[in-house]
Design a protein around this ligand. Sequence first.
Ligand code: MRU
Length: 368
Amino acid sequence: MRTIEWNAKGTVKMIDQRKLPLEYVVVEFDDYRDVARAIKEMYIRGAPAIGAAAAFGLALAAKQSPATTHEGLLTDLEAAADLLRATRPTAVNLFWAADRMLQKARASEQTAADELIQELVAEAQRIADEDVETNRRMGACGATLIEDGFNILTHCNAGALATVDYGTALAVVRVAREQGKRIHVWVDETRPRLQGARLTAWELMNEGIPMTLVADSVAGHLLRTGQVDIVLVGSDRTAANGDVVNKIGTYNLAVLARENGVPFYAVVPTSTIDLSTPTGDDIPIETRDAREVTHPGGCQVAPDGVRVLNLAFDVTPHRYVTGVITENGIAYPPFKHSLRRMVSDGRKPGGSILRGAGPADSQRTKPG
Ligand code: MRU
């Protein structure tokens, strides 16, 4: 099944990702407040998947609302959107999807309440379907960079589980594989929540894609010794200047990739590009519970009472980013212009696949 689905009986089903890879459990909610809790507690995670969850959560909120007027329904939806938005501050898809649902509701002033609920369910479904289509297009764009025999390094889980289906960075891996290219993926375990070890490894192994799991601290050695041809990561929010916010540890990888002449690409649907945020430093970075660090997998590894800083994301300044792969093409520096083009191209019906000027020579090849 997809990561998240609307059930015909009017509920939301999602895979409980906290349990993977040991157990595959599907949970079902009929209350948007439970969907908000599920986002916060990371039953569902990954920027585009969180966006779809917010959309389906708002469809549930419309169904739950006792309001009999359009204005009353809008008030209830806005309250539900506030609750959903407060769950995770960094992933911009959450805000993007909530805004899109509210816009739909506001624009349907003349629609009867019953019909509006159906329209909101349909809009949430469209957001989910478009995500899968977008990911396939991103995969196709990105696969042009992958050569037969490539070793790809990835961080966190930017796969089907982070989206509605198919993935962002792993969409590129999937398409390259479908094209018959022999590839191998280095998977960072991704402390502290181990999305790489638990989720990326599970996804790739299920599909028989060759991979090796490594502790996060191994990446530098792999990059220095020429065992990585390209680094592919996702993003939770990419600023207008090309600064990429992604899972904590991404910045380390980008700097090490540059030091060793390995190209570093972020694979980012245009819904994750936030043109209203000028730089990565303007993006709120989520801080999470200390127990994620002190008790990985529920097992205590640090002394009682230890002080912890558990930042979920970091900012990779755009100077370390070789390119940003979107569903509309690959953006290259200067990102201020190329990202804007990618986003506006998606708004045109039948927008074309664009390509930027290509990476700077310093980022194209590994040192001899
Ligand atoms: O904390 P998570 O698991 O939600 O973080 C997810 C990531 O950092 C992904 O790389 C990101 O959402 C982009 S991939 C779709």
